[in-house]
Design a protein around this ligand. Structure first.
Ligand code: MTE
Ligand code: MO
Length: 441
């Protein structure tokens, strides 16, 4: 019985043994908590909810209460939610980054994910005017401009068309934007969490444009959202006719309001800004519109004072998700280094991992499938000797492009950029197991 404390505890379960692990974990949290203390709400969100130590009363040979009594029945929780023991696995924001929460970002907890799919409730969010509440019965998608037939689709009409389902990541161009001048945020969630990956279901944009009939001089489209920001971007017709998707579902269910319910554009491999949420209008034209989001924003100021423009593609990038600042190492011994890699130009071909700051590299195993413009999980066995280690990953995509170091990136781009930081990340593992965001190259 769980009340029977007379049953001896096995030595390895003794409080001395488990408190080391618990303290290590707690130190890891405290460190992240100290960073986030300056970050207001994020500090509160980082406090651990439960100690990791086991209750000896629930361990063999005892029979724990959950094996002795009936649990709640079906539809106790009609939609379903994660175990209360997973309460720390949530999106987080960094309060000082933005002036309001309506025009802000929340980050995916990458270090708590498995495989390559992001659960819908953990997909990162980037809104410019908050989340509109849209009744699908009231939503329309309009196609006009240089077309033979101007069209207005209801959701019901769109959902009668043959759908496709494809796995793709969406990454904000500003992912890692705070790290250009050196290591800043001590949590992988904040350095890399503006990326998520879902199976998106919808209609190829090509189908809709062909139904409308493109005029011969159609060269660009403008895509626009129905939120208060009315966000809009220009897209060359070649990409629009290639793999652009008008999506109404993610990971098997209708889009979440945060992801653009009832309809969004998914522009595979391109900066997230172009994947317009709450999509209401597509105008076909013969040139780009040069909107706010492709002039004042989403351009990259170089050292000579000239800004790069229309830098659509998210170049190949990777990050180790274990170990990481929020996932410390618990004593010398056997571990599996794990992480995620992706490329906006194709598939991930190879990922190399270094434990000595990039001096020596070993090829990691790709968990597979390694899909086009999709997150790919990699892993490598690691025996930690308890000494300081500098963990890095470097990916190569199907075009042969190799993920650069920050020095290589800055040689090309300077330090004025916010967007398109795809540099190699370094995590310093300290002898006490704590892990820190550092810059070595
Ligand atoms: N209508 C509209 N679409 C939008 C935005 C927005 O604010 N309004 N944000 C864009 C940006 S900057 C990004 S990175 C992605 C984020 O998609 P997510 O919130 O589903 O992660 O949506 C893009 N689409
Ligand atoms: Mo973005």
């Amino acid at each position: 019985m769980s009340e029977d404390t007379s049953i001896p505890v096995r030595p390895e379960e003794s409080s001395a043994g488990s408190s080391v692990a618990a303290n290590l974990g707690r130190r890891g949290f405290l460190r992240a908590g100290a960073l986030a203390a300056g970050a207001g709400a994020a500090g509160a969100a980082l406090r651990p909810v439960a100690a990791a130590a086991a209750d000896p009363a629930n361990l063999p040979p005892n029979v724990p209460p959950h094996s002795q009594y009936l649990g709640p029945g079906v539809v106790t929780n009609p939609y379903g939610s994660p175990s209360p023991f997973e309460a720390e696995v949530v999106r987080r924001n960094v309060e000082w980054l933005t002036a309001t929460t309506e025009s802000s970002v929340s980050f995916t907890p990458l270090t708590d994910l498995h495989g390559f799919v992001t659960p819908n409730g953990l997909h990162f969010e980037r809104h410019h005017g908050g989340i509109p509440e849209i009744d699908p019965a009231d939503h329309r998608l309009m196609i006009h401009g240089l077309v033979e037939r101007e069209l207005i689709f209801t959701m019901e009409e769109l959902m009668r068309l043959p759908p496709v389902s494809r796995f793709h990541f969406i990454e904000c161009a500003a992912n890692g934007g705070m790290e250009w001048r050196g290591a800043q945020l001590n949590r992988c969630q904040f350095t890399h969490g503006m990326i998520s990956c879902c199976q998106w279901t919808g209609v190829p944009l090509k189908t809709l444009l062909e139904t409308a009939g493109l005029k011969p001089n159609a060269g660009w489209i403008l895509v626009e959202g129905a939120d208060a920001s009315g966000l809009n971007r220009s897209v060359p017709i070649e990409k629009a006719l290639d793999d652009a998707l008008i999506a109404y579902a993610q990971n098997g269910e209708r889009l979440r309001p945060e992801q653009g319910y009832p309809l969004r554009l998914v522009m595979p491999g391109w900066e997230g800004n172009i994947s317009i949420k709450w999509l209401r209008r597509i105008e076909v034209g013969d040139k780009a519109w040069y909107s706010r989001e492709e002039t004042s924003k989403y351009t990259d100021l170089l050292t000579d004072g000239i800004a790069r423009q229309f830098t659509w593609v998210q170049e190949a990038k990777s990050v180790v998700t274990f170990p990481a600042p929020e996932k410390p190492v618990n004593g010398a011994g056997y571990y599996t280094i794990s992480g995620l890699a992706w490329s906006g130009r194709g598939r991930i071909e190879r990922v190399d991992v270094s434990t000595d700051g990039g001096r020596n590299w070993q090829t990691a195993e790709l968990q597979g499938p390694a899909l086009d413009k999709c997150l790919t999980r990699f892993q490598m066995p690691w025996r930690w000797n308890g000494e300081s280690a500098l963990i890095q990953s470097r990916c190569i995509d199907s075009t042969g492009y190799v993920q650069p170091t920050m020095t290589q990136l800055q040689d090309l781009r300077g330090v004025n950029s916010i967007y398109h930081n795809n540099a190699i990340q370094t995590w310093l593992v300290n002898p006490n197991g704590e892990v820190e965001n550092v810059r070595v190259a």
